[in-house]
Write a protein that binds this ligand. Structure first.
Ligand SMILES: NC(=O)c1ccc[n+]([C@@H]2O[C@H](COP(=O)([O-])OP(=O)(O)OC[C@H]3O[C@@H](n4cnc5c(N)ncnc54)[C@H](OP(=O)(O)O)[C@@H]3O)[C@@H](O)[C@H]2O)c1
Length: 349
């Protein structure tokens, strides 16, 4: 493909160039989504055209592909909330053809054609330069999951969390966000208790740094407004009754990063943990994270928080035509760690 400096200066030939994407025709017809041929000209307007090397499957993507959650908010659309690759053309100073970049959230794959495609075109302020020495493949091994786990750590530490306060519990630990959170918190000096419903994930989670691996049933969840304080912090991917049962057991001035809803969106609780123990509930919202915090989180993921082996989180790799199987497996709770999507692959990078 011809490398040009500006999308608006794209030659007619490039605009007409075709590429492959997972395409969902309309709301309620997610079951008819599949790999289709699109043209560059079909992509939404944006300052930066990126050739995608890798994407990844997050829980939100699994809901979008299967239609089990109302994630897609414009039709037709290409889903995929993550993408990493190389800039092909840019209208924006500071972003240049040949740059290695990543995009997560910001509406990608929800309101704007997303990363399950050989090309994405996005506004320049969605684009994050790849951290030094991090390949597109490694970036997508982390993806939204790694970014979100890093946000949890950064926000909890900003609220006073330290390893000296005590153990940090990670729920939904064998999933994408959970696995990376276990590793990041353990690397940062925390004693991590991984909570997982998958017995077979114990070895994997200990390998990532978990000091203990427990099943949710073995936690002794509380129905009392306050109970014996046992945990200094929680990184929660599950929500619902599991989160509600943990809140009465958080130490004074501990923090809870509320990330996920895999176990339910309703939270039945009392104000007691906040008003009698000073517990803080920190909302983590990666998609609309303010840009300075977004850049800071990726800078740290490429620096002091950098996992020793980002690709070690990847337990499954698919191409675009494997997306439906991967999404169904994720929602059936059969997946451990991260699912990488090879789009253009290393040939792009
Ligand atoms: N707030 C944000 O910005 C943000 C960003 C990314 C993800 N999320 C949310 O965070 C959660 C994790 O995302 P992910 O991409 O890591 O997904 P994932 O890889 O599927 O991990 C989810 C994990 O939650 C546990 N789980 C699944 N179904 C469950 C159920 N019915 N009841 C209890 N636990 C269940 C499982 O862990 P075990 O089998 O080990 O128990 C599963 O591995 C999702 O709810 C997702 O929507 C939020």
């Amino acid at each position: 493909m011809t490398v040009v400096n500006s999308p608006s200066g794209l030659s007619q030939g490039v605009k007409m160039q075709t590429f492959q994407a997972w395409w969902v025709p309309e709301s309620g017809r997610e079951d008819q989504g599949g790999v289709q041929t699109l043209r560059i000209d079909d992509l939404p307007a944006g300052d930066v055209l990126v050739r995608v090397a890798y994407s990844s499957v997050n829980y939100k993507d699994a809901l979008a592909i299967t239609g089990q959650g109302k994630i897609l908010r414009r039709f037709p659309i290409v889903p995929g909330i993550d993408a990493a690759g190389v800039v092909v053309a840019s209208d924006q100073e500071g972003v240049t053809a040949g740059d290695s970049v990543l995009i997560t959230g910001c509406g990608l794959g929800e309101t704007h054609d997303g990363g399950f495609a050989e090309y994405v075109r996005v506004p320049a302020d969605w684009v994050v330069p790849l951290p030094q020495g991090m390949s597109p493949r490694q970036a997508m091994a982390l993806g939204t999951a790694g970014f979100t786990a890093a946000l949890a750590l950064i926000r909890m530490e900003a609220a006073g969390q330290t390893p000296a306060l005590g153990d940090v519990l990670v729920t939904g630990a064998s999933g994408g966000v959970g696995s990376i959170a276990v590793n990041l918190f353990s690397n940062a000096g925390y004693r991590v208790i991984a909570v997982s419903g998958k017995e077979q994930a114990e070895g994997y989670l200990r390998g990532l740094g978990a000091a203990e691996v427990v099943s949710p049933d073995a936690l002794g969840l509380s129905e009392r407004p306050l109970d014996r304080a046992r945990f200094a912090g929680v990184v929660d991917n599950v929500g619902g009754p599991l989160l509600a049962g943990l809140l009465p057991q958080i130490e004074e001035y501990g923090n809870v990063a509320s990330i996920g809803l895999a176990g339910g969106v309703k939270l039945e609780t009392t104000v007691m943990p906040w008003i009698l123990r000073g517990v803080s509930m920190l909302g983590i919202s990666s998609a609309n994270c303010p840009r300075p915090l977004r850049l800071e989180s990726w800078r740290r993921l490429g620096g002091d928080l950098r996992p020793q082996d980002p690709e070690g989180f990847v337990t499954r790799e698919v191409e675009l035509d494997g997306l439906r199987d991967a999404a169904e497996a994720m929602l059936a709770r059969q997946v451990t760690g991260r699912t990488l999507v090879r789009v253009g692959g290393d040939a792009v990078a």
